[in-house]
Design a binder for this molecule. Structure first.
Ligand SMILES: [Zn+2]
Length: 420
């Protein structure tokens, strides 16, 4: 044992917040290497020491709580970079309207708390939630309730209300004299956008989410085209104002035109982006833009969206292979909420592998890349100083990615939240 480490461990003393994980196999997702018989010393919810079990356990404080995962593979907690805890599945537009019109925000928030608990139990110890879809800032409250320990759930990074322009987002096509709620915060014009972004941040939004396009169609050039919801200077205003306030920006885009507009405005992440093409990939790579392809939601809702919906999903799968080959930064984001919270979003990992990733690449998308997208360097890995968020399973996830749907253990901030 290195003297410094020994001194460090002694200085830690015995504390209720100190525990020791005995990992039979520790999977390092940076390299794909598996180290046998390892220990993780957890202090105040963070990794305080790592190394061979024999050394670390000998130097650990006497009587320290041990979590015995000697028969399991341990890896960092998963990050879901595109969720909607306040939605419960909307294959058809009526499903969406029913939630907005027939369910109160308190009711939807209770369901969101159950969704957050389910997400955590599936091993997603952090989630980026991209818009409450008509439920105001209930996500900010849920995040607070999780942080104060009132309800269990992942670390949440929330968007509050997403933005779209007048006449571009449901609920639409009802009798004109009705004053109906909207799934988004409607804002138009550069100055109004700047004020609205400030107001979102004031109310607790960590991210600014904008619906950049709609109305996809198949172009004569074979590309998936779309209508943009904003003028270029309006899109730039969202990004500039958010960045000035230290916040990141997410763009919902489906077609080529939306992706083009979002990249020109400098959005940090692109959601869906079925119409991605090589020229756009080159720009995304140059700008360091992240992509959440939401493969599972695409497949799940396609049934309700007609032939173009199915074509769009096929194009997304092809784009995924191209983007992967070119090296665009892909994070796991399933868009759960578009499909119900009874389906484990770890199914996204399976589709990512089907569409060309190695299991290691898919797991990196769900950890290291997700943490980079969030700007949270202490998430997505189990190195010194990292949050003690981890999952464990008996099978080898590098051999069978579906094994992530059969976790045995989930730990968040050093606290065991699931142990089968
Ligand atoms: Zn979404």
């Amino acid at each position: 044992m290195r003297p410094l480490l020994l001194l460090f461990l002694t200085a830690l003393g015995l504390s209720a917040q100190t525990s020791l994980v005995h990992a039979g196999r520790l999977l390092d997702l940076r390299t794909g290497q598996v180290r046998l018989d390892q220990a993780l010393l957890i202090q105040e919810g963070r990794i305080a020491a790592t190394g061979a079990w024999a050394q670390i356990s000998a130097a650990a404080p006497k009587g320290v709580t041990v979590l015995d995962l000697s028969d399991q593979v341990v890896l960092p907690g998963l990050i879901e970079a595109h969720t909607h805890v306040l939605l419960q599945g909307n294959r058809f537009s009526q499903d969406y309207a029913d939630q907005i019109l027939k369910e109160s925000i308190p009711y939807r928030t209770l369901r969101a708390a159950a969704a957050a608990r389910a997400g955590l139990n599936w091993g997603f110890t952090a989630m980026r939630d991209l818009g409450t879809e008509g439920a105001g800032y209930a996500d900010v409250d849920l995040k607070k309730a999780i942080e104060t320990g009132i309800v269990p759930g992942p670390r949440l990074f929330v968007a509050g209300r997403a933005f779209s322009a007048t006449g571009t987002y449901p609920l639409q096509n009802y009798a004109w004299e009705l004053d109906l709620p909207s799934g988004v915060r409607v804002v138009d014009g550069v100055e109004a956008i700047r004020v609205a972004v400030r107001d979102e941040v004031r109310r607790g939004a960590d991210w600014i989410k904008v619906y950049v396009d709609r109305g996809t169609s198949l172009g004569a050039d074979g590309r998936l085209r779309s209508m943009t919801n904003y003028r270029p200077e309006e899109l730039k205003a969202f990004v500039e104002e958010a960045h000035r306030l230290g916040k990141r920006t997410s763009a919902h885009v489906k077609g080529w035109d939306g992706i083009d507009a979002a990249l020109s405005a400098g959005f940090d992440t692109l959601e869906h982006a079925d119409g991605f093409t090589d020229d756009l990939f080159d720009r995304a790579i140059k700008q360091g833009t992240f992509w959440c392809p939401t493969l599972y939601a695409g497949l799940w809702v396609a049934e309700g969206r007609g032939p173009l919906g199915r074509k769009s999903t096929e194009m997304l799968a092809i784009a995924f292979r191209r983007g992967l080959a070119k090296g665009v930064k892909i994070a796991l984001g399933s868009d759960i909420g578009a499909f119900p919270w009874t389906e484990n979003p770890a199914k996204e990992l399976v589709l990512m592998v089907q569409d060309g990733m190695t299991p290691l690449q898919a797991l990196q998308a769900a950890t290291l890349v997700g943490a980079e997208l969030l700007g949270q360097p202490d998430l997505g890995h189990l190195g010194l100083g990292a949050r003690a968020d981890l999952v464990a399973l008996t099978e080898d996830p590098l051999k069978d990615i579906t094994a992530l749907q059969r976790l045995r253990t989930v730990v968040k901030g050093g606290v065991v939240v699931r142990r089968d």
